[in-house]
Design a protein around this ligand. Sequence first.
Ligand SMILES: Cc1cc2nc3c(=O)[nH]c(=O)nc-3n(C[C@H](O)[C@H](O)[C@H](O)COP(=O)(O)OP(=O)(O)OC[C@H]3O[C@@H](n4cnc5c(N)ncnc54)[C@H](O)[C@@H]3O)c2cc1C
Length: 656
Amino acid sequence: MSDQLIAGLYRVGDPIADSSAPAVPIDRRWRERQFQARLVNPANRRKMSAIIVGTGLAGASAAATLGEAGYQVKSFCYQDSPRRAHSIAAQGGINAAKNYRNDGDSTFRLFYDTVKGGDFRARESNVYRLAEVSASIIDQCVAQGVPFAREYGGLLDNRSFGGVQVSRTFYARGQTGQQLLIGAYQAQERQIAAGTVKMYARHEMLELVVVDGKARGIIARDMITGEIETHLADVVVLATGGYGNVFYLSTNAMGSNTTAIWRAHRKGALFGNPCYTQIHPTCIPVSGDYQSKLTLMSESLRNDGRIWVPKRAEDCDKDPRDIPEEDRDYYLERIYPAFGNLVPRDIASRQAKNMCDEGRGVGPEVDGVRRGVYLDFADAMARMGRAAVEAKYGNLFDMYQQITGENPYEVPMRIYPAVHYTMGGLWVDYDLQSTIPGLFVTGEANFSDHGANRLGASALMQGLADGYFVLPNTINDYLADAPFDPVPEDHPAVLEARAAVEDRISRLMNASGKRSVDSFHKELGQIMWEYCGMERTEEGLRTAIDKIRALREEYWRDVKVLGSADNLNQSLEKAHRVADFLELGELMCIDALHRRESCGGHFRAESQTEDGEALRHDDEFAYVAAWEWGGTDGAPVLHKEDLVYEYVEMKQRSYK
Ligand SMILES: Cc1cc2nc3c(=O)[nH]c(=O)nc-3n(C[C@H](O)[C@H](O)[C@H](O)COP(=O)(O)OP(=O)(O)OC[C@H]3O[C@@H](n4cnc5c(N)ncnc54)[C@H](O)[C@@H]3O)c2cc1C
């Protein structure tokens, strides 16, 4: 590692590489890895244990599959039921290269679209495998009884999502995540009944136990009794979702947080591309400063809805129905004629911001600016009829009406970008193993497949690919080295992890400050949104880092945690999460500052084309930034994984 402190903020360490993908042509790579991976015979599996934290699509599918394989699984979630994981909120759909529409789709095209959509910042091997297993996911879910939408003849229906020109998105009305999660949950419940999976709901992991360099367990808090528990196993899987709530306002569930992966990061797991955040273009606009949650209007709406703003700023406060066609600017169709309203999310979001910055936003003013654009179904209603629109999108329209009080069948919806998904996460190799042996990471919690921008309907695909198909074929290679030495509960590493949790709880409970946890979270979110949101600059990011450091210092001095530690205490739960967000936020800004290029959702104002599009610098930045924890007051260390493109030519993205 170089001792040089770069930009006064970080150091550069040794490069890192994925060494577990076999060096064979990409279409044989996964089969080869499955064949090479050592197996564990069924009798031995019964003696081996796995902790899986998270019961969303990534965690529930893994628990069900590893349970079915015969391992002893302990499954954790902080909700009162595994099926309340945030995955349940997913609306629009799940991709698969089935080519049911015969419109030119293939494994290679899904791979190509995903690499291009991620702005050439994802690892080819992982993305190809994702495309390869995508078709099996649909078969698995259909076999479970997931009620995908069907066409009149009974075949599964498809629709399109952004960044692609084929229809490969399978869906269950506007509740795809819910239906998929019920499938995975039932598969997991079956294993719970069979005794292979033991469920720990209302348990929050607060620390990782690392013994002799290997992940061997977790420290969790029973959220009802407050008891601190030690759970040990041969292997630990984190499937704990994304960290978009670092921005306070996001479309994520209120409980989504970074604690599990951040604690693992502090114990040695590298964090990949923390600054890559997805801002989703179709959310209900912020309506005031009292809000704690934003609502997504599924991207599927862009299949039939048309996005526009008035051509003239003076028309912005008019009733949209009174603005004639010739005075409307369908700006996505104008700027990107090839993809139109179905450009990828990063591009649609930035253009919405541009329109509002130009003074052509619609809806009420918030802080002096109208931050909204129209999503209009008038054409679709005329073409398909109201009943067809209702059948496809009815529950989304109802949700919109309940939240805004406006009827979207009569007036266009108003939408604006909001934080939605985090492409960054713990760095994993092809086996989904982190840099801590025995710690595997799946779903949104890892950095793996989406580069700098995720295409719509590909997170559900990834979570289920990881849990049903990838992890169950790679974790065995690690477990084949078992039996591992048993870890006693009084092992110094276990005691140290427990003490760290107890000490933190005591510090939080005893901080005799005056400010609520939420007020700190909100302030952090404002800093992140302003300086590390849709547009980032060197100056802004430096400001953000200073502000976050000061806020973190104030947090430990002036936070007020209500209640007590030995029973249900939401104030304490949030206090843990916000403490971790305050550290993660700084790393996100350092990562964003060091990447002096624009790519995907990471838009550096200093690096744009003449047309205002993201300008990559492949000569300098074609790598994954994998960050090592530098200690509370130390500088993080950057390890670069070079990205090599053998199958897709790197070029400037164009959706025109
Ligand atoms: C509103 C919305 C709509 C979306 N729609 C789509 C869509 O249509 N298609 C698509 O592909 N993607 C969609 N996404 C993205 C997708 O839903 C998520 O990326 C995906 O569901 C994440 O799944 P996961 O299993 O990785 O994590 P999650 O579903 O977030 O599950 C996380 C699990 O980890 C547990 N957990 C977390 N931390 C701890 C801890 N410390 N201790 C114990 N347990 C813990 C939680 O209890 C939970 O069980 C959408 C996202 C949002 C916000």
